[in-house]
Design a protein around this ligand. Structure first.
Ligand SMILES: [Cu+2]
Length: 574
């Protein structure tokens, strides 16, 4: 008789434990800089209500979330993006500065109000300048009243990377001529906690006991032990909001069954560790069937770039165990440049049964070439030779009020000239252009986007770029090596069971294909989720159903800057 995997039994049972009525979750959040010790060294974080990371939003699908954001920063604006929430009917609440709203001025309050229409593991983060990198983030969990997974407990693991250099200094460095690279992060954080000048597992290394971390109770950098009971099933909700690092997470002695990616169930598959890129979320199920008298490391390490940052560690501890640390060294993170291993993980992800298939044909196709360039000797990232310069007036407002001088009306090229560009070499002409043009799509069409990677400015290097689309889930149709061949590579697309996601990785020297339906009137950012890359122009903007935007209710408070501010001040007057 065939043995049925334990998680499969769990996934077929459906339980309902939430009443049909939807609730309103309302909160006031004061955002301010605060001294903090994220990695046992004093730094400055962006805290919400004095907390770092920010509070977890825990809602049910269908609930209305109302967050009054009070900007208590003395000298800069702020916005918050609800990553993974589609904002159907509320594009003004998407929280992307310059795209959907103006930054909230110091001392002012802005109210986000939106419906979390679909269950999933999400997070929120700052989307102005490099504020995400300063620690403006937290988890956003949307539960299903009809959860199809059964588990006994759950943990949220919000992963991030941390620099000792302030974001203001980082922004200046990246915008300088010549550009000064910010380098690799000093620490990796799990739920805002890491260890810079010590190691929890030092007694396994050369340093020995003298480098072992000593924590006092309530230390802000002290890891949070995952306390579990034997023979139970736990859901780990994992999100990566790193500024730069691609990560790999493992739980020693335990396998992980991947069940959710970016808020969509996937066909369950079992792995020893997961790769997670900035902007992605996963849920994995973990069965506590290891020896309960032992303790086990949860380790997070860097992949995709040569790691100069130590692993982040915390401990999985069965309740009957003592407080000591595991008696064996932490798992070794798979070697950073084994890209084939990373690809094989990505290619294991398929939609769970019951998910809609993508439409069979697309109406429009973009081929977006990702290059690193120079603009007047400033280092930039460009898409089809345009480095995005986000305008002062938010697109959503300039489109609503027909303010045609607010941005470049000419759209960037839909395709790069495939034949003439060698993606394996540095650009023959390193110079690029800057622009604020956007792509316009009518409502109800199917759009394919091919992301095409290339060599950087110097040397033989092509970087990883996790691309995130606001306002949508998209189907990941496939990944390929080298240059995309239009008319040929489309035949390899997976139209049977591609996963729905909101973030997808573009591997070095390769291409990634995705498909989405323009079903959400608004203006939506589509960009590399690596904070320095976005800062250097690596993004595009999609406007959808612009004729609907004119009739849309957008709070004036979202548009109190640039040309929309002028328009609103003169409203009703000639
Ligand atoms: Cu990038």
């Amino acid at each position: 008789m065939a043995v049925i995997a334990w998680w499969w039994l769990l996934t077929v049972v459906v339980v309902a434990f939430h009443s049909a009525s939807s609730a309103v979750i309302e909160s006031t959040w004061e955002v301010e800089y605060k001294y903090w010790w994220p990695d046992c060294k004093e730094g400055i974080v962006m805290a919400i209500n004095g907390q770092f990371p920010g509070p977890t939003i825990d809602a049910f699908a269908g609930d209305t979330v109302i967050i009054h954001v009070v900007n208590k920063l003395s000298t800069e604006g702020v916005v918050i993006h609800w990553h993974g929430i589609r904002q159907k009917g509320t594009p003004w609440a998407d929280g992307a500065a310059g795209v959907t709203q103006c930054p909230i001025n110091p001392g002012e309050t802005f109210t986000y109000k939106f419906i979390v229409d679909k269950a999933g593991t999400h997070f929120y983060h700052g989307h102005y300048g490099m504020q995400r990198s300063a620690g403006l983030y937290g988890m956003l969990i949307v539960r299903s009243p009809k959860e199809r997974l059964i588990y006994d407990g759950e943990f949220n693991l919000l992963l991030s990377d941390w620099w000792h250099q302030s974001i203001h200094s980082q922004e200046l460095a990246l915008s300088s001529r010549p550009m000064r690279w910010i380098g690799e992060p000093q620490s990796l954080l799990i739920n805002g906690r890491g260890q810079f000048n010590c190691s929890q597992a030092a007694y396994f290394n050369k340093g020995g006991e003298k480098d072992v971390c000593t924590f006092r109770e309530n230390d802000q950098c002290a890891p949070q032990t995952l306390r579990v009971e034997p023979n139970r099933v736990y859901r780990l909700r994992i999100a990566s909001t790193t500024a730069l690092a691609s990560l790999n997470l493992a739980v020693q002695g335990h396998q992980l069954v991947v069940v959710e990616a970016d808020g969509n169930y996937v066909a369950p598959f079992t792995v020893n560790d997961i790769d997670i890129y900035s902007g992605e979320t996963y849920s994995v199920l973990l069965k506590t069937n290891a020896l309960p008298s032992n303790k086990y490391w949860v380790s997070v390490g860097v992949r995709g770039r040569e790691p100069k940052t130590p692993q982040a560690l915390t401990v999985l501890n069965y309740v009957d165990a003592t407080e000591s640390r595991p008696s064996h060294p932490p798992p070794v993170t798979p070697i950073w440049n084994d890209t084939d291993r990373s690809k094989s993980f990505s290619k294991k992800i398929f939609a769970a049964k019951g998910y809609p298939k993508p439409p069979e044909k697309s109406h429009d196709q973009l081929i977006l070439l990702n290059t690193q360039n120079l603009y007047e000797d400033y280092t930039k990232w460009s898409i089809n030779n345009v480095s995005l310069s986000v305008p002062v007036t938010p697109y959503l407002g300039s489109i609503k009020y027909g303010l045609k001088s607010a941005y470049d009306l000419k759209s960037p090229a839909k395709k790069f000239t495939v034949d003439n560009y060698d993606i394996m070499k540095p650009p023959p002409n390193p110079n690029t252009t800057k622009g604020s043009g956007i792509y316009n799509f009518p409502l109800g069409i199917v759009v394919d986007v091919i992301l095409q990677n290339a060599n950087v400015l110097k040397g033989v290097i092509s970087e990883i770029h996790p691309w995130h689309l606001h306002g949508h889930d998209f189907w990941v149709l496939g990944y390929g090596e080298g240059k995309f061949k239009p008319g040929i590579d489309e035949k390899t697309f997976n139209l049977k069971n591609p996963p729905l996601r909101n973030t997808v990785v573009l591997y070095p020297y390769g291409w990634t294909a995705l498909r989405f339906v323009t079903d959400n009137p608004g203006v939506w950012f589509f960009h590399c989720h690596i904070e320095p890359h976005l800062h250097m122009g690596m993004g595009v903007v999609f406007a959808e159903g612009v004729d609907r935007i004119g009739k849309m209710e957008i709070p004036d408070e979202a548009l109190g800057c640039g040309l929309t501010r002028k328009w609103l001040m003169n409203r009703g007057r000639p």
